[in-house]
Design a binder for this molecule. Structure first.
Ligand SMILES: Nc1ncnc2c1ncn2[C@@H]1O[C@H](COP(=O)(O)OP(=O)(O)OP(=O)(O)O)[C@@H](O)[C@H]1O
Ligand SMILES: [Mg+2]
Length: 423
């Protein structure tokens, strides 16, 4: 047993509240009470430390762990009894990756902070704020390290940056579309006129041909031998495709003239599923009936004030994308499945569209809503489906839209729409 010095004895006496320490039996109940009080205090303190949302780790002067709270256990997978006494830099991978910094801060006993430290895997990155504080206790130096998981905060910031970026790209795209619209209309219109003026059906064409000393039969023969009508048709087809793109781009900024009406969202969703399963173009590439569709609808959902056709377009785009993603991923083991989920939130309806398809990499996830971002082969996708959907949800309907996904584990699109629209 340790031999207590006079100073030690005095400290114990003052801690226990005795003026003079004596082993007399009459002090036992008092001693018992004080010990219980100390135990209670200790439990309270560790309760407080353990209920902290931050990981709190105390270190001695040598950088060994002396305190390891519940969040530190969760973060590291090490129990407090395993971690106690370990060098801190070995106890958490996060500290290991920043070993030099942690050791320097502990040695210098200075407050030191690093924000947004990235850890975890590439597919599932985690972000932490780490602060190291000096801890001086009874002239013995040590440190406390606080680790805050800020992954959710970083995610929300990324969404905000993304939505700012989308707004400016959207404005730019809409401006360009507006400028392209008129010359494009000119191209299409004039292609039509050329076709008319080469036709044998119009009397005026025969008159002018005669004035030129030829017949429309000769002209028609020439037109046919040189496949001129086919070329004009090609101009029209390409022009109409460009017009479709332009019209999608215009929707990025245009305030809709369409009517907002109270709609039953579940009816809209059911109708969209029906549309998707009947879409001929889609059917050619993917049979929608192969996908198991689960509808997890909230009961008694109030009506939603929206432009029904546009909201349907959003869900149709999502369903088409899923069908295409699943089609490219035919070797997948589980049967393809889509879950449509609705829920009521304060003033909002939350809709989730979840699939068990191939999912996406963080790179794709970051750019997915950008106009013209596509992973599909040229001619297969324009990369406008989600951009148009994003603007319908956020700009026209003042809602929010984002995606959660891990490669190989499907994707979930989450849309929130306000129940009412303020004019
Ligand atoms: N459910 C999903 N699972 C995996 N990847 C997806 C999913 N939905 C979209 N994507 C990815 O997002 C990209 C962008 O989608 P978006 O609908 O905007 O354009 P697109 O489908 O490529 O072309 P478009 O819709 O104009 O025909 C797709 O190319 C695809 O890589
Ligand atoms: Mg698409």
């Amino acid at each position: 047993m340790k031999n207590h010095s006079d100073a030690d004895v005095k400290r114990i006496q003052s801690l226990l509240g005795f003026g003079e320490f004596s082993a007399r039996k009459s002090y036992y109940p008092e001693l018992q009470k004080r010990i219980e009080e100390l135990e209670k205090l200790q439990n309270l303190l560790s309760g407080i430390i353990n209920s902290m949302p931050s990981a709190l780790v105390a270190l001695d002067a040598q950088g060994r762990v002396t305190q390891w709270n519940a969040e530190a256990e969760r973060l590291s997978g090490l129990s407090s009894s395993q971690a106690l006494g370990m060098p801190a830099v070995e106890a958490l991978p996060l500290f290991k990756e920043h070993r030099d910094w942690v050791q320097k801060a502990v040695q210098e006993s200075a407050v030191s902070k690093k924000e947004r430290i990235k850890s975890g895997t590439q597919e599932n990155p985690k972000y932490y704020d780490v602060t190291i504080y000096p801890l001086v206790q009874d002239h013995v130096k040590g440190s406390v390290i606080r680790v805050d998981d800020v992954t959710e905060k970083v995610r929300i910031e990324e969404i905000m940056v993304q939505s700012e970026k989308m707004l400016s790209i959207g404005g730019l795209a809409a401006g360009m579309a507006h400028e392209i619209n008129n010359p494009l209309a000119g191209i299409l219109h004039n292609a039509q006129i050329i076709a008319f003026r080469l036709s044998k059906e119009l009397r005026k064409n025969h008159e002018i041909a005669a004035q030129c000393g030829v017949t429309m039969d000769i002209i028609s023969d020439y037109v046919s031998r040189r496949s001129i009508m086919d070329k004009i048709r090609d101009i029209r087809t390409s022009g109409e495709r460009a017009a479709d793109i332009v019209s999608n781009m215009l929707s990025f900024s245009r305030k809709t003239e369409a009517e907002f009406e109270a709609q039953d969202l579940h009816v809209l969703l059911d109708h969209t599923i029906e549309l998707a399963s009947k879409d001929y173009d889609l059917k050619k590439k993917y049979d929608f009936r192969q996908i198991r569709m689960t509808r997890d609808y909230a009961p008694n959902l109030p009506h939603l004030h929206c432009v029904g056709g546009q909201i349907q377009q959003v869900f149709l785009n999502l369903l088409i994308n899923i069908a295409q993603a699943m089609n490219e991923n035919k070797e997948q083991e589980q049967p393809p499945q889509i879950t449509l989920r609705t829920a009521l939130e304060p003033d909002m309806i939350r809709i989730e569209v979840e699939d068990n398809g191939p999912g996406m990499t963080p790179f794709v996830k970051k750019r997915i809503f950008e106009p013209f971002f596509t992973t599909k082969r040229p001619g297969k996708g324009t990369g406008l489906g989600l951009a148009v959907s994003y603007f319908i949800v956020t700009k026209t309907h003042h809602g929010t839209m984002h995606v959660e996904s891990t490669p190989g584990q499907g994707a979930t699109f989450i849309i929130r729409l306000p129940l009412a629209q303020s004019e």
